[in-house]
Each structure stands twice: as C-alpha cells, then as structure tokens.
Design a protein. Structure first.
Length: 236
C-alpha cells in the first residue's frame, strides 16, 4: 500500500523522465490531481505532499470540495479545475467556485459561464474540449468548430481562453496514443498563433501520460496513479 505522497512523487518522476526523454524543458508539464470520488481526507494528504491543482468531474461534489478548501486552506494557492461534462443548468455553481474549466464544448456553455462569473473574481481560465477521436460517447466539440468557439470565448470579458483539452479514445499502443495527441498539438499551435493567452494543452491521463508529454502536453490529468482505483458503488 503506497501513500499518496509516494504516488505523487512517483508520478512527478515519471513526468520529469518523459520530459527529459523527448527534450522538453524540465517542469514544463504541470500535474493536475484528479480527485473525483475521493474524500476530503485524501485530498488533504495530497496537499500536504505539495499538490496545488485539483480536477473534479461532478458539479455538486466538486463545488463542495472547492468550498471546503477555499474556507479551510486560505491563501494556500490551491486551484480547482472543472474537467467533467457540463449541462447548461449547472454552469452557475461552476462559474462561482472554480478557477479553471477544461470542458467547454459549445457556445451556450461559454456564454453562460461568462455571464455567471461573479464580478469580484478574476476571469475564469478556460479550455475548449475537443472530441479528437470522434467517439459518440465522449463530449467535446469537433475539430472544425474549435475556431468558431475560440472566437466567441475570446470576446467574452469574464473568460480567458488558455487552450485545449481532450480525452482521446482509450488505446494501448504508444504509437496510436501519440498519433491522437500529435493531432491535438497541431490544432493547439494554430490556436496559440491566433490568441495570445493560449499556452495550455490538457492531455494525458494515468494510462497515456508519456505519449501526451512527447506530443506537447502542458498539463496531465492524473487520478488513478495518485489516488488508486475509484469506487463508484457508493455514488448514486
Ligand atoms: C477521471 C478523469 C481523469 C483521470 O483519469 P485516470 O485514468 O484515473 O488518471 C482525467 N481526465 C478526465 C477528464 C477524467 O474524467
């Protein structure tokens, strides 16, 4: 049984090794700890190990955690990233409680997050989610619609467009993983040419982070390798 701290050290080492192997600048890839379904106590252990950025998928659960830690860990520089699918009737608590949103996939969601972002908070840092493998079961905009959505987001004062997020089809071969990530990286470069704040490419999870780093990821979203397998049986 490994501790959360050991797991974070191990994952960080894996990221640094992957950066080194492909000649990336050391520490150019950030670790987002995906804490969905995991209790407060486990997140505390990750914070004690130095982790600052956390990703959550479910609105109610994520809001509860973000509020708890915002209240109890003031000025500790924690960041809450919403990375799950967004229903339009759930945008308000997201706009009010998170610093980042990775999963904007349509204009209605962008508009609502902008309108509902409280004026006393800095702009929400946002990524457009692309469905790069075209799987019907996955959310995300199509490649052809990314630039239209980017244009809208860049016109909204309470959102800052930072880049792209994607969850490619789950494939086991390194080369197939690399192919999908390389496609994303090319779209990201075009976006960065057009919009000055674009610097973030959120791709790579526990099973494919090395390929993501090789293709240019700047943020890997890691759940299982840090917190262990998730138990969904207690969730309704
Ligand atoms: C759950 C989840 C992750 C983490 O996946 P692991 O395989 O547990 O590392 C990353 N990104 C998103 C969008 C997720 O929903």
């Amino acid at each position: 049984m490994y501790s959360i701290q050991q797991n974070i050290e191990q994952v960080t080492k894996q990221i640094r090794t992957a950066e080194h192997k492909c000649g990336r600048v050391p520490s150019s890839v950030q670790l987002l700890a995906v804490s969905k379904t995991k209790p407060i106590e486990v997140i505390k252990a990750a914070i004690e190990a130095g982790q600052k950025a956390f990703g959550e998928n479910y609105v109610q659960e994520g809001v509860e955690k973000a509020q708890y830690f915002t209240e109890h860990y003031k000025n500790s520089g924690l960041e809450w990233h919403f990375i799950g699918p967004i229903q339009s009737n759930k945008t308000k608590p997201i706009a009010e409680n998170f610093q980042w949103v990775h999963s904007i996939d349509r204009s209605k969601i962008a508009q609502r997050l902008n309108d509902q972002r409280p004026e006393n908070l800095p702009p929400l840092q946002v990524l457009i989610q692309i469905n790069i493998s075209g799987e019907e079961s996955k959310s995300g905009t199509s490649e052809s619609e990314v630039f239209q959505l980017a244009e809208l987001i860049s016109s909204l004062p309470n959102l800052t467009l930072r880049g792209l997020m994607s969850i490619p089809a789950n494939v086991s071969s390194y080369q197939s993983q690399l192919n999908a990530f390389t496609k994303l990286s090319a779209i990201q470069s075009k976006l960065a040419d057009k919009y000055t704040n674009v610097d973030t490419l959120s791709m790579g999870m526990s099973g494919d982070m090395e390929a993501a780093v090789e293709a240019g990821s700047t943020m890997v979203r890691i759940g299982t390798a840090i917190f262990g397998a998730r138990d969904y049986t207690t969730k309704s």
